[in-house]
Design a protein around this ligand. Structure first.
Ligand code: RUB
Length: 331
């Protein structure tokens, strides 16, 4: 089949995700959906829907190869592509319009979900609360900002989040909302936990057993919170739940360039030192009090229910591809 080149704008978005100019699981997902829409608009191949779909698949593949951990990225792409395939557009105009519609639909859903999480989660924040957050999560910030807008008097500790310092983005956002925020080094978490009474973080991926994959250091924070009897809330839209984990797939943890931690000179002068830079870690469900989704506040153990409700047909497809007899109709 003819391979049509991916437009430069799509390659640029892919590169921005890879280099973290676009970062955060929700933003990555929306950028990927937008990239597919641009790909559809810029399509210059033959007037053949099958070729068009193969071209969109190719753009999707490039986007999927950018970062491995946040499931929001494949889920956003799957949202567009599976519906495009199922709908079977009869001509190019219909196919292009459908990709644009699905992309817009996903982006709107994502933004609305973040708002709803803010409203739901803010009910659990009380005046006088001292909240600790890690990295930079739009969903977690939505909870904090909604609570503040309701007139609740809250104080926030934000971790720096080495090595990329996303905590500074969090601090800037909270300050611009007029929220009292203190920046702390990641290593000060257990020391500060005495003053904190709620932890709120985001998620890149939620597994079927309720384990949460989020920025490296999240599991240390959850452990320190558990020890100090401080509640841990995870703010996560349902497209951050991973259907593949239902069939036992593991979540790949991104290892980034060591030069985000030490410079080139250090690596040259210390050839025997191995520097590792894992970007995410896994917090087991035992250390999480609740996950705040747009579908409501759930215990982490209910992740499977969300997955079946939201991705049931995809999970079914996984099973059918592995065990074809499951797809056969019963007599
Ligand atoms: C970002 C990170 C965030 C989640 C949730 O990591 O771990 O906590 O992605 O963010 P990175 P959001 O900076 O490496 O992308 O709630 O904005 O989707």
């Amino acid at each position: 089949m003819v391979k049509i080149k991916c437009p430069i704008e799509v390659l640029q978005i892919a590169n921005d995700i890879k280099t973290m100019k676009i970062r955060g699981a929700g933003r990555i997902a929306r950028a990927a959906a937008k990239a597919l829409k641009i790909a559809a608009e810029k399509y210059e191949g033959p007037d053949d829907v099958e070729v068009f779909i193969a071209y969109i698949d190719h753009a999707a593949k490039i986007l999927l190869e950018t970062r491995p951990t946040a499931v929001s990225l494949p889920n956003a792409i799957m949202y567009v592509i599976t519906r495009l395939r199922r709908k079977r557009p009869i001509n190019m105009a219909e196919a292009k319009a459908l990709v644009a519609k699905l992309s817009n639909e996903f982006i709107k859903y994502s933004l609305t979900a973040t708002e709803e999480i803010g409203i739901i989660g803010s009910r659990r924040i009380l005046s006088g609360d001292v909240v600790l957050t890690h990295c930079n999560s739009t969903a977690a910030l939505s909870v904090i900002i909604h609570a503040h807008k309701q007139g609740k008097d809250i104080k926030v500790y934000a971790t720096e989040t080495r090595p990329k310092f996303q905590g500074h983005i969090t601090v800037r956002t909270l300050l611009s909302e007029g929220i009292d925020v203190t920046l702390i080094p990641d290593s000060a978490v257990r020391y500060i936990m005495k003053k904190v009474n709620k932890v709120i973080v985001g998620a890149d991926t939620v597994a079927a057993n309720g384990a949460v994959v989020n920025k490296i250091g999240t599991s240390n924070i959850a452990l320190a919170a558990h020890e100090a009897r401080v509640r841990v809330f995870v703010a996560a839209e349902t497209y951050k739940f991973s259907p593949a984990t239902v069939i036992g797939e593991l979540v790949e943890i991104e290892e980034r360039d060591p030069r985000e931690i030490v410079d080139e000179k250090y690596l040259k002068e210390n050839p025997n030192v191995t520097v590792r830079n894992p970007a995410f870690d896994i917090t087991p469900p035992e250390y999480i009090d609740a996950i705040i989704t747009e579908e409501g506040l759930i215990p982490p153990q209910a992740a499977y229910l969300i997955l079946i409700e939201k991705f049931g047909w995809i999970i079914q497809d996984y099973f059918i591809s592995k065990y074809p007899s499951r797809g056969e109709d019963e007599e």
